[in-house]
Design a protein around this ligand. Structure first.
Ligand code: ADP
Ligand code: F6P
Length: 481
């Protein structure tokens, strides 16, 4: 009998929006966690607990458990937890995405931010309350499903839930997995001691703690040394804590390639590809696909393209840079300001080099998943140049759908770098001159080399399918087949 699986994450696989008939209609959730976990759970089933993030989600939550497609027929089930909107805002926009996201991605501008005070404390209280609600729900579901249940807790939003669940159910087998980087001890010290300690203690309630890349695992271990009483074995990646041994694992995750290809064959994607083909004409296509997000380094990507057009005049008029930027966390002012700066920079580049018949950069800030899948098939070069990133599914999806042997430009600091480095063109995300040269190398690459790299990238992506990620989590918990 396979172990029952309970996954907990802030964002669920579908969000509900108001349909034309006035009723909640299911829509795909955004971001890499959803893509990756949907693939993993579709293979074996389970229960997924997530936050209700919209008013329509809250309506659906009131109905209890639903099937993963929003109906009752699918392989795994969803349970949405509803929170009062003010509390959810403090937890999601306040603590998780203004404090923890900035902490783990090194995004603070230290002379000015962060400023911790009464507001931070109120955000923290909301964070504690939401984590407690998740722990309670997991404990309840565990009671229904039995003692061999595997609890798979996802990401920084739920850093406290593992210890809370362990307290409620000391025998629970719990894995926590971060789909983002983890801050090292110097940056962790910026957090007031009480928060830092609670976060590390919260995570150490799990039996296994996972990351996508070795660097994030090592930084977590080094940060655990800040905790009084923790014994950290860096070589074996084990933390001794309150009589338990917690294992730290590196477990990169790939894609459900068949599901992605099915999705990409839908009529609206085929239509979007026709439109994009007509739009780009004979020009080469440089593509980027991101949540409109500070860590993705969109601004330096545009500056690198500016530099490329300056140093490679032979490409002027012959290449277009399409940036598909899916709006994200729009309640947070830093995001709006950053996206505004990116768009202004694109306009500056267009003013500088554009002509009456050629616009160098087309930055589209909107939610267009079909267009994204269509653009993957058409690029000649894909740029994924985050400052720091956990997973970078875009760097894996592109090569699986591309039909032109397009090259991949990839940051050395991306979570997927170790897996894909041999076949990608590496860049230092802060070095715009080097990135400009990587763009030139990608566009000028001989056909045979492009094809060889494409084959290498596809093989690397297939090496880590999501069900394998899931199986290693279960093995690590002693619950594998
Ligand atoms: P992150 O998790 O930080 O958003 P990733 O690159 O790991 O970054 O994953 C982004 C995921 O979001 C990819 O699977 C991508 O296909 C998906 N995606 C891109 N645009 C949209 C969209 N408009 N709606 C939903 N998902 C999208
Ligand atoms: O992949 C990292 C992550 O923060 C996920 O936890 C999250 O679902 C995704 O990015 C998208 O962010 P959000 O859920 O805040 O839109």
């Amino acid at each position: 009998m396979p172990a029952p699986i309970v996954v907990a994450s802030n964002r669920g696989p579908i969000a509900f929006v108001r349909g034309a008939d006035g009723k909640p209609a299911a829509k795909r959730g955004a971001g890499g966690l959803v893509t990756a976990l949907s693939g993993a759970l579709a293979a074996g089933g389970g229960l997924w607990i997530a936050s209700a993030m919209t008013e329509e989600d809250r309506e659906v939550a009131a109905r209890g458990r639903v099937g993963a497609d929003g109906d009752d027929a699918s392989l795994y089930e969803l349970r949405y937890l509803s929170f009062e909107p003010g509390l959810f805002d403090r937890y999601y926009n306040g603590w998780t995405n203004r404090v923890l996201w900035f902490l783990h991605h090194y995004l603070w501008n230290l002379p000015q931010t962060p400023i911790f005070g009464a507001d931070t404390e109120a955000d923290w209280d909301a964070f504690v309350a939401v984590n407690r609600a998740f722990a309670d729900a997991m404990a309840e579901e565990g009671g229904r499903l039995g003692p061999s249940t595997a609890f798979l807790v996802q990401d920084y939003h739920l850093s406290l839930a593992p210890a809370m669940l362990k307290e409620l159910r000391p025998d629970a087998r719990i894995a926590h997995f971060s789909h983002i980087p983890f801050a090292g001890p110097s940056y962790m010290r910026i957090l007031p001691e009480r928060y830092r300690t609670a976060l590390l203690e919260g995570l150490l309630g799990a039996d296994v703690i996972g990351f996508h890349a070795p660097a994030w695992a090592d930084r977590f271990l080094l940060s655990c040394r800040l905790l009084d009483g923790a014994r950290v074995d860096l070589r074996r990646r084990v933390v001794g804590w309150r009589g338990r041994k917690i294992r730290v694992r590196v477990n990169p995750m790939g894609l459900d390639v068949d599901a992605l290809r099915d999705e990409a064959s839908r009529p609206e994607v085929v239509r979007a590809a026709e439109e994009l083909r007509a739009w780009k004409g004979d020009s080469a296509l440089l593509l980027r696909v991101d949540r409109a997000e500070l860590s993705k380094n969109i601004l330096r990507g545009f500056l690198a393209f500016d530099r490329f057009l300056e140093t490679h005049p032979e490409w002027r008029g012959r290449v277009v840079f399409l940036a598909l930027l899916n709006p994200s966390r729009e309640e947070i002012p830093d995001y709006g300001a950053y996206v505004g700066e990116c768009v202004r920079t694109a306009e500056f580049v267009n003013d500088q080099w554009g002509t009456s018949t050629w616009t160098p950069i087309d930055a589209r800030v909107r939610d267009e998943y079909a267009q994204t899948l269509a653009a993957y098939s058409l690029y000649d070069a894909l740029i994924v140049n985050p400052m720091l990133d956990g997973m970078n599914l875009v760097a894996k999806e592109g090569p699986m759908l591309n039909t032109r042997d397009g090259a991949l430009i990839l940051s050395e600091t991306a979570g997927a770098f170790q897996e894909l480095r041999r076949w990608a063109l590496p860049v230092d995300p802060f070095d715009v001159d080097q990135t400009a040269e990587a763009i030139a190398a990608a566009l000028d690459m001989p056909a045979a080399e492009r094809a060889a790299r494409r084959r290498g990238l596809q093989a690397a992506v297939r090496r880590n399918p999501p069900n394998r990620w899931l199986e290693s989590q279960l093995d690590d918990l002693g619950l594998g087949d």
